[in-house]
Write a protein that binds this ligand. Structure first.
Ligand code: MG
Length: 203
């Protein structure tokens, strides 16, 4: 499986990092070695001094898809979850300043927290879902999927023009404003509506 992630998909987050609001989705990949599941601990990597959390709604792909049309995009995902796109912001800033790819800042081991994935029918409207992240019991990020610049089905259409979607792939749909650093000892907890989705201890 692979993780396809979307950058700058919420206007308020693009602005907080002084990035332009994109006209097309900003796409990057994380390999399967990035996945951190089952509420496992995250170990702070040695190569960074500024790892940030980014809470994101995740969808799981359920059919192989190439050149998916908007009309059929809903047939290509069957479940939804929540995760963290851990980002080594210092590494990313250096790469960005040189115009280099982001992989080392975004695709490192365990950089993708993935919650349990829930069937879509547990939620009334996927395009109006509240989600949030608590750090040490205090709310640090609050978002709603209605504020995505490119919604779930638009992302499936766009990505599948370039990259074949396969059953089991995950799409990280972007983070709202409020990203920030973690330190060893922090505890992160993610929620969709009032439902606890994951917790992650930083070690
Ligand atoms: Mg992100």
């Amino acid at each position: 499986m692979k993780i396809i992630a979307v950058g700058r998909n919420y206007i308020d987050h693009a602005k907080e990092l002084n990035n332009p609001v994109p006209e097309k989705p900003v796409i990057f990949l994380k390999p399967d070695t990035a996945v951190l599941k089952d509420n496992k601990d995250f170990y702070y990597p040695e190569f960074s001094k500024d790892v940030h959390y980014e809470v994101e709604v995740i969808i799981r792909i359920c059919n192989e898809g190439k050149h998916v049309s908007k009309k059929f995009a809903h047939k290509y995902y069957d479940s939804i979850g929540l995760g963290i796109d851990f980002t080594a912001r210092d590494v990313q800033s250096e790469l960005k300043s040189k115009g280099l790819p982001w992989e080392l800042a975004k695709a490192f081991d365990h950089s993708a927290v993935v919650s349990n994935l829930l069937p879509l029918d547990q939620f009334q409207d996927l395009n109006n879902l509240n989600f949030s992240l608590n750090k040490n019991g205090t709310s640090v990020q609050v978002g709603n999927t209605k504020d995505m610049i490119f919604d779930i089905e638009s992302l499936i259409v766009y990505v599948s023009q370039y990259i074949t979607l396969r059953k089991g792939d995950l799409i990280f749909t972007g983070t709202p404003a409020g990203v920030g650093p973690i330190v060893i000892g922090d505890k992160l907890e993610g929620f969709i509506e009032d439902q606890a989705m994951f917790s992650c201890q930083i070690k």
